[in-house]
Design a protein around this ligand. Structure first.
Ligand SMILES: [Cu+2]
Length: 108
């Protein structure tokens, strides 16, 4: 019983420490949509894209200064990117042009 309580406290402390450092975000790809159309994070935060769909997806951005392309993302796969400076990043899926997401990166 004592052990269980100690473990719970440890988990809570780890979670609190992580929350203080970053507000990492998960965006799910499901039903050929991103789970959010707009997300706000702080500079340096991680954004993880999770393909929870039956179709292959892609994540890319042509926004100047933020351009990246994660390539094909199979069902079940997830990929994390770090957004390390402030700005507004437009995200798309190359396979499904209607999939759109805008990430606002605020200064930390
Ligand atoms: Cu897609």
């Amino acid at each position: 019983m004592r052990l269980t309580t100690a473990m719970l406290v440890t988990c809570a402390l780890i979670a609190a420490a992580h929350a203080a450092l970053a507000d990492d975000v998960r965006v799910v790809q499901r039903d050929k949509r991103f789970s959010a159309t707009k997300v706000t994070v702080k500079s340096g935060d991680l954004v993880t894209f999770v393909n929870n769909d039956e179709a292959m997806h892609n994540v890319y951005s042509f926004t100047q200064g933020f351009s990246f392309d994660l390539g094909g993302q199979e069902p079940g796969e997830e990929t994390t990117v770090r957004l390390s400076r402030p700005g507004v990043v437009d995200i798309r899926c190359a396979i499904h042009p209607k999939m759109k997401l805008q990430i606002t990166v605020e200064p930390r």
